[in-house]
Structure formats: C-alpha cells, structure tokens
Design a binder for this molecule. Structure first.
Ligand SMILES: [Ca+2]
Ligand SMILES: [Ca+2]
Ligand SMILES: [Ca+2]
Ligand SMILES: [Ca+2]
Length: 294
C-alpha cells in the first residue's frame, strides 16, 4: 500500500461555487453548513472521539469528511480556516494498517495536506496515532490518537442535483463514478452524450485514477479500441485542458505524443485499452468513450 506524500501547504484565493445554496433537507445541519461543488458539508462544534464522529456523520445521513484535492482543502479553509475551533476530525485514518491511509468510507487516500513532519504516529504513551485532524490555523493535517476529542466535519453527496444515467459499463473508483461506452462516436458526440446523461467526458487527474481506470477498461473488459477522454487543446494549440475544469496535474501521453500530426492537427485525447497511455487524435474518428459523473 502506498503512503500519501506530504504536500506543502499553499493557500490561494479560490472561487467557491454554489456557496449560497440552501442546505439539503435530507442532510440537516445543526452546525455550520456549506456546499462545495456537488457536496454538502456540516461542521459540528461538539468535541467527540473519532469513532463517535464517524457514527454521528453516518446517523446524519453523511460520512466523516473526505478531502480529495488541494482545491477542496482550500475551499474548506476559506470557510473554516482561522475562525473555526482549533481543529476537526476528518475521516482519514490508518487504523487497519500502520502507514496505509484510508478514508473512513474505505477509499484509499489520493491526496494529503500533511503538516511538516506529519504523519509521525507519535504519542508519548507509545500507542501510535491513527486518526487525522484538520487544523484551522493553516488547513494542514496531523495524525493524533483516535480517542482524543475534536469537533468534526461531515460530508454528503445529497446536494448533487443531476442523475447519472448509464447504459454502458458503470463502475466507481473511490467516490467517483464512471460509465464507459463501446459505442463508436466522434469526440463532440461523446462529449454531448456524457453531458445529457449527467456527466462529462472523464478527466484523469492522478496516477492512481489512471491505473484504476486502466484496470477496469483494459483487456478484462473485452473492448479493444480507443476511448475518448475529456482532454482537449481545441481552445489553444498545445495547451491541453480537462473540459470539466479540473487542473492539469497529471499526464500519461504515449511516447512521441501529443504530436498534433496531420494537416489539421490533433486536438482531442483518447486512451488506448491495449496499452496504458494516451494519444492526441483529430476529433472526428469514431471511438468508444468514458463519462464521469459531475
Ligand atoms: Ca498511525
Ligand atoms: Ca502526529
Ligand atoms: Ca493539438
Ligand atoms: Ca497524436
């Protein structure tokens, strides 16, 4: 199991979306409620142990907070940083296996914003530290003993409005949902098809996601061909962007790609199912495609 690497804390102003949306009736919040993207959050001011926090989030119809990206961590910091209690519980823990960080929901951690020197599993009584607090001073994370008492942050996907319809191969990786199609269409048609079904052409933003996707869609699926993904440089040559707005932090181009070959160039990316890398193609050929839930 891999450990997650410490990432230097970098606070930048961030535009919050849907911030003023009304709290979800299915996810009542007696504390401080807010939404980021498609998720609703509730910060509780009571101090409880990690296990109590996990239980209470579940009882409230959510789960102990999962923080999957720097953007999400910063958005939470914009709302709770400095002003909140000293710190709150997140769902991150290494209770099952020392040094192997998982969210309480069972997902493997793909992002971490550890404070310098953390996680250190250090406790003066020698019992180790297996649960993670989020510090309002700087949004950094620290492992502490699970029996300590902290306020807590619950999260729920109830704020999600759109259904995600799938007539292809439906699967999920962590909390992300995908639908892969063997129907052959050009890139624009694939994009529209994903949109009308409550998603977007998939973005692949980390090595873990790339590996997990290839594991799902490589040879075991039985589809031998190309799959469109939501990566394009149509807007500006050479500047490939994810069409759902995710930042570009990861790439998996095949050797010699992107090549922008041919008279008209190549502006749309696809993955291969026979080898784990991507190519830029002109946008007109008909391939299968992968949608990802918004
Ligand atoms: Ca530990
Ligand atoms: Ca620690
Ligand atoms: Ca191009
Ligand atoms: Ca190419």
């Amino acid at each position: 199991m891999k450990n997650i690497f410490p990432i230097i804390l970098l606070i930048t102003p961030l535009l919050l979306t849907n911030c003023g949306r009304k709290p979800d009736a299915e996810f009542p919040c007696p504390g401080k409620s807010f939404t980021i993207g498609t998720h609703t959050y509730c910060a509780y001011r009571e101090d409880v142990t990690w296990h109590e926090a996990k239980q209470r989030c579940g009882d409230a119809g959510g789960y102990l907070a999962v923080i999957n990206s720097m953007e999400e961590n910063e958005a939470i910091w914009e709302l709770l940083g400095g002003t909140w209690e000293h710190s709150f519980w997140t769902g991150l823990n290494d209770r099952a296996l020392e040094g192997s960080w998982q969210w309480a929901s069972g997902e493997t951690a793909r992002y971490g914003n550890w404070r310098p020197g953390q996680p250190d599993n250090y406790h003066s009584q020698g019992e180790g530290e297996d649960c993670v607090e989020w510090l309002s001073e700087d949004g950094g994370w620290n492992d502490i003993i699970c029996g300590d008492r902290r306020t807590y942050l619950c999260k729920s996907a109830h704020g999600r409005k759109k259904d995600f319809r799938c007539t292809g191969k439906l699967f999920s990786i962590g909390e992300y949902e995908y639908c892969a199609y063997r129907t052959w269409v050009d890139w624009q048609t694939a994009r529209k098809s994903c949109e009308v079904n409550g998603g977007n052409l998939a973005s692949i933003v980390s090595e873990e996601e790339n590996i997990a996707l290839f594991r799902e869609l490589g040879s075991p699926w039985g589809y031998v061909g190309n799959l469109w993904i939501g990566f394009s440089d149509e807007a500006r040559e050479g500047d490939f962007r994810w069409i759902n707005g995710e930042p570009v932090r990861f790439g998996n181009w095949c050797t010699g790609e992107p090549s922008n070959a041919g008279k008209d160039g190549e502006d749309c990316a696809h993955m291969f199912t026979t080898r784990n890398c991507w190519n830029d193609s002109d946008c007109n050929p008909k391939f299968g495609f992968i949608c990802e839930r918004d």
